[in-house]
Design a protein around this ligand. Structure first.
Ligand SMILES: NC(=O)c1ccc[n+]([C@@H]2O[C@H](COP(=O)([O-])OP(=O)(O)OC[C@H]3O[C@@H](n4cnc5c(N)ncnc54)[C@H](O)[C@@H]3O)[C@@H](O)[C@H]2O)c1
Length: 332
C-alpha cells in the first residue's frame, strides 16, 4: 500500500457529492491500492448536513479511507491535495439570468483558484464539474498561476457517457462495446456530440458507428439533440438534476487522467484550447484526448465533416462570449 493522497471534493453536502464520495472512497478512481484522505468543502450553512455525510462515510467502513476533513475553509480544504473535484457551485434559480449565474460562480472559482495556488500540491489535477464548468475551469486556472494550466479541466464525460449509451442502445450492444465518441466544445446545449470516429464492436467485428447504426440522418440529428438535451430530460422526469450519472462521470474523468487511456481509445475532456481544429485559443474546450503518465494530449488529425465544423464554430463562439462576460465581471 502506498501513502494516502489527499483528495478534495467541493459542494460535498450536495447531491452529486453524495454519490461521488462513495465512488472515490471505495477505490474506483485512484485504484484499489491507493489509500486516501478526503477533504470535504461546503459553505457554513451546510456544515450540519456535511456532518451527516461524514457519519455515513465512517459507517461505510471503507478500508482505503484513512481520514475525512470536513470544512468551510478553502485554505484547509485545498491543503496538500493531489486531486480536486470542484463540484460546488451556485445553482441556477428561477428567473436568474445567465449573467447572474456567471457572476456568482466566477467569484467562487476565483477564490478556489487562489486557494489551490497557495495550498495545493503543484501537480494537483483539478476537475471542474460545477457549471458553467468550462468557463469556471478557465477562471480557476487564471487565479492559480503557480500550477500548470494543463492541470485544470472541465467535465464533459457525462455527455460522452450519454452519447455512448445512446449508440449502444441503438445498435443493441453493451455500452462497453462502443468507444471513441467525441464531445466537442462547451458543456452546454451547444456541445457537439460526434460519432464520426466512434467504433462499435458487434458480432465479433469492429464497425464504424455509421456502419453499425446504418442511419446517418439519425447520427447527425436526433442523436446529437438527445445528448444535448439529456440533462433537461432527467430534470423533467426526476425533478432534480443528474447526480448519480454526473458522479460516475466525474470518477471516470479523474480515473482516466490518473491511470491513462487504453491503447487506440480516447476520451473527451474540457482542456485549455491550443487552437486545434480551428477552435478559439485560450478557452476551455472539450476535445478528444489520450492520456499517458498523467498527461493528456489532444487527438490530432481527425477530418471534421462540414456538418460538424459549423457546430464546432458555434460552441467555440459561445465559449469566447462566456470568457468575455466572466472576465468583465472579475475586472469590474
Ligand atoms: N459538468 C457536468 O456534466 C455537470 C453535470 C451535472 C451537474 N453539474 C453541476 O454540478 C454542480 C453541483 O450539482 P449538484 O446537483 O451536486 O448541486 P447541489 O445544489 O445539490 O450541491 C451543490 C453544493 O455546493 C455547495 N456550494 C455552493 N457554493 C459553494 C462554495 N463556494 N464552496 C463549496 N461548496 C459550495 C452547496 O452548498 C451545495 O451543498 C452544479 O453547478 C451543476 O450544474 C455539472
Amino acid at each position: 500500500m502506498s501513502e494516502p493522497i489527499r483528495v478534495v471534493v467541493t459542494g460535498a453536502a450536495g447531491q452529486i457529492a453524495y454519490s461521488l464520495l462513495y465512488i472515490i472512497a471505495k477505490g474506483d478512481v485512484f485504484g484499489p491500492n491507493q489509500p486516501l484522505i478526503l477533504h470535504l468543502l461546503d459553505i457554513p450553512p451546510m456544515m450540519g448536513v456535511l456532518e451527516g455525510v461524514v457519519m455515513e462515510l465512517a459507517d461505510c467502513a471503507l478500508p482505503l479511507l484513512h481520514g475525512v476533513v470536513p470544512t468551510a475553509d478553502p485554505a484547509e480544504a485545498f491543503k496538500d491535495v493531489s486531486a480536486a473535484f470542484l463540484v460546488g457551485a451556485m445553482p441556477r434559480k428561477q428567473g436568474m439570468e445567465r449573467k447572474d449565474l456567471l457572476s456568482a460562480n466566477v467569484k467562487i472559482f476565483k477564490v478556489q483558484g487562489e486557494a489551490l495556488d497557495q495550498h495545493a500540491k503543484k501537480d494537483v489535477k483539478v476537475l471542474v464539474v460545477g457549471n458553467p464548468a468550462n468557463t469556471n475551469a478557465l477562471v480557476c486556472a487564471k487565479y492559480a498561476p503557480s500550477i500548470p494550466k494543463e492541470n485544470f479541466t472541465a467535465m464533459t464525460r457525462l455527455d460522452q457517457n450519454r452519447a455512448q449509451a445512446q449508440i449502444a442502445a441503438k445498435t443493441g450492444v453493451p455500452v462497453a462495446n462502443v468507444s471513441n465518441v467525441i464531445i466537442w466544445g462547451n458543456h452546454s446545449s451547444t456541445q457537439v456530440p460526434d460519432a464520426s470516429f466512434a467504433k462499435v464492436v458487434k458480432g465479433g467485428k469492429t464497425l464504424s458507428a455509421s456502419e453499425a447504426v446504418n442511419n446517418d440522418a439519425w447520427l447527425q440529428n436526433e442523436f446529437i439533440e438527445t445528448v444535448q438535451k439529456r440533462g433537461a430530460a432527467v430534470i423533467a422526469a426526476r425533478k432534480m438534476s443528474s447526480a448519480m450519472s454526473a458522479a460516475k462521470a466525474a470518477g471516470d474523468h479523474m480515473r482516466s487522467w490518473f491511470l491513462g487511456t487504453e491503447p487506440g481509445k480516447y476520451v473527451s475532456m474540457g482542456v485549455l484550447s491550443d487552437g486545434s481544429y480551428d477552435t478559439p485559443k485560450d478557452v476551455v474546450f472539450s476535445f478528444p484526448v489520450t492520456i499517458e503518465n498523467g498527461k493528456w494530449q489532444i487527438v490530432k488529425g481527425l477530418q471534421i465533416g462540414d456538418h460538424y465544423r459549423q457546430l464546432l464554430e458555434a460552441t467555440g463562439k459561445e465559449l469566447v462570449e462566456e470568457r468575455a462576460e466572466a472576465f468583465a465581471i472579475i475586472e469590474a
